[in-house]
Each structure stands twice: as C-alpha cells, then as structure tokens.
Design a protein around this ligand. Structure first.
Ligand SMILES: CC(C)c1ccc(C(=O)O)c(O)c1O
Ligand SMILES: [Fe+2]
Length: 285
C-alpha cells in the first residue's frame, strides 16, 4: 500500500504566464517564491512552493503527493507497474525543477498525471500573501474521474486514502485527520477540477467574495457551507478555467474508530447547507 503523507503541490501549464502570475498573486493571494525561466513558483504556507505555473499546454495539470521515505517510491513504482500503471522516475533536473529530492510519475485510472515525491523543500521564509486573503495553506484537490467506483477503489486499495463521506457516488477521501485531501469529481475527461486553499475565518471567505466579485472574477459556487466537511466555502474561476476554492473550518476526524462515512445526495443540498447552487456543469445534470 502506498502511504500518501500529504498533498504537496500542483503544476499547471499556461500560455499566459504573466496573466496567471497576476491572478495567483493579486487575486488568489499567493506569494511568488521564485521566478525561473518559463515557470513561476508560488507559496501558500511553510513549504517552498505549493503551486507552479509553467509555460505550456493548460491541459498539463499534475498533482503531487509526498511520501515519507525514499524506498516508498520504489515500492510504489513496483506496485503501480504490477497493476498496469506505467511509472517514470523523475530525472535529477526534473526533481530540481520541482524542488524535491526524488519523485516518480504515473497516471491514475482516469488518466490524471500524478507524482509522488520524497523530501519536497520547505522554506524558512514566511508566507505572506500579496493580498490579505487569510490563506493558511494548500489543502486539497478535486480530481476528475471518468468512473467514480473504479477510481475510489484505486485510491482506497492502492493508497492509504479512506472515504470520509460520499456525495452521490463521489467520494471525499482522507489520508490523515483532515476530512479530505482528494475529492473525486465526475467528469468525462481527466484533469484537476479544483484547487483548495484553507483560509483562517468565515470573514475571509466573505471578504474575498466581495473583493473578487468587484473585480469581475467569475463565481462558480458559494459563499456556502459544506455539510460534509462543515467548512464555509467559495469557488471561483482562475486562469484557463481552473476552479479555485477557499474554505474555512474543515472537519478533522480525530478518532477514526468513531467515524462512519456518510451518504449525501448529489443535489444542491448535498453540497451546501445554506442553499447555494453550484454553477458547475457536472453538478447540474
Ligand atoms: C463540490 C465538491 C466536490 C466538494 C464537496 C464537499 C467539500 C467539502 O466537504 O469540503 C469540498 O471541499 C468540495 O470541493
Ligand atoms: Fe473542495
């Protein structure tokens, strides 16, 4: 079993690196960690970076998870290969670009590019957002799934992910005490459906709602409150149609033995306690 210790970073291709950088700093509230040739790295917490935009195809979207030991990469590679997922070892220069010691790359059953990394860099430089969005860190991703049951089986049988709750057949998967780190999202194509940053308070959600709306950023869902994680949330659209989520107050599952996964309906009341309706095509079928 592959033990995922944390979600580490996402890498997003873009044809407009300057535009994406402007959005990430001035609107989303991230901090530029480094500008390199063809890439910009962004900080959202104590890590060296949690998001990298690079010049390239916006369809190139990678999510990376950290493992605890280098030999876990070898074990993971062997297991994934045996299950029919071709694995590629990252080269030293690719690892340097990602600011990690070592990594492997493969695709999940839907075809989402996934990386597993060992020793991603942390930073002594404190994160302070370019604007005060109240971000406390990068927390989870929504991953597209063309077959929810198959992909739930992959993540829960091949890795340490466990179902915390389901909305319809879409599972919210945890790898530690945080309610979820991966949200599978029904879709006909692979990709990252959304990128979540936690913010400090519900006030931060409402402040950002006003701030982003004033700047004509497209709101996708919320403000609202998820019945599943119990977090207050806001979803909005960033560069190349990527959806970003702020949420605050995500549930922690301290005692696994006392937790039983719950079933919510795949309809607005399954997504929001306050009655907000998602403006997301896949949710309105
Ligand atoms: C709309 C999506 C998949 C979703 C649903 C529930 C939560 C939560 O409980 O926090 C999310 O974070 C989501 O992104
Ligand atoms: Fe989310």
């Amino acid at each position: 079993m592959i033990k995922l210790a944390d979600v580490s970073y996402v890498r997003l291709g873009t044809r407009d690196l300057e535009g994406a950088t402007h959005f990430a700093t001035e609107y989303l509230g991230l901090d530029v960690a480094e500008r390199a040739k063809g890439s910009v790295y962004f900080k959202s917490d104590e890590r060296e970076h949690t998001l990298c935009y690079f010049e390239g195809d916006p369809g190139d979207q990678v999510v990376c998870f950290e493992v605890e030991e280098q030999f876990h990469l070898d074990e993971a590679a062997a297991q994934l290969e045996s299950l029919g997922h071709p694995v590629r070892r990252g080269t030293a220069s690719e690892a340097a670009l990602r600011k990690v010691h070592d990594f492997i790359a493969f695709r999940d059953p839907t075809g989402n590019p996934i990386e597993l990394t060992w020793r991603p860099a942390y930073s002594g430089r404190r994160y302070h957002g370019a604007r005060d969005a109240g971000i406390t860190g990068f927390s989870h991703v929504g991953l597209c799934s063309s077959d929810l049951a198959r992909d739930e089986a992959f993540w829960t049988k091949v890795t340490n992910a466990q179902v915390s709750d389901r909305i319809g057949d879409a599972p919210l998967l945890r790898i530690d005490e945080v309610h979820h780190t991966i949200a599978l999202f029904p879709s006909v194509k692979p990709g990252i459906q959304h990128i979540n940053h936690q913010v400090e308070t519900g006030d931060d959600i409402m402040r950002s709602h006003q701030f982003l709306k004033d700047r004509q950023v497209r709101m996708v869902f919320g403000p609202g409150r998820h019945p599943t994680s119990s977090a207050k949330f806001l979803y909005f659209e960033g560069p190349d149609g990527m959806v970003f989520e702020y949420s605050s107050g995500v549930r922690e599952i301290a005692d696994e033995l006392l937790w039983r996964e719950r079933q919510f309906m795949f309809e607005p009341k399954g997504f929001c306690k306050w009655g907000a309706k998602p403006n997301i095509a896949e949710f309105n079928k």
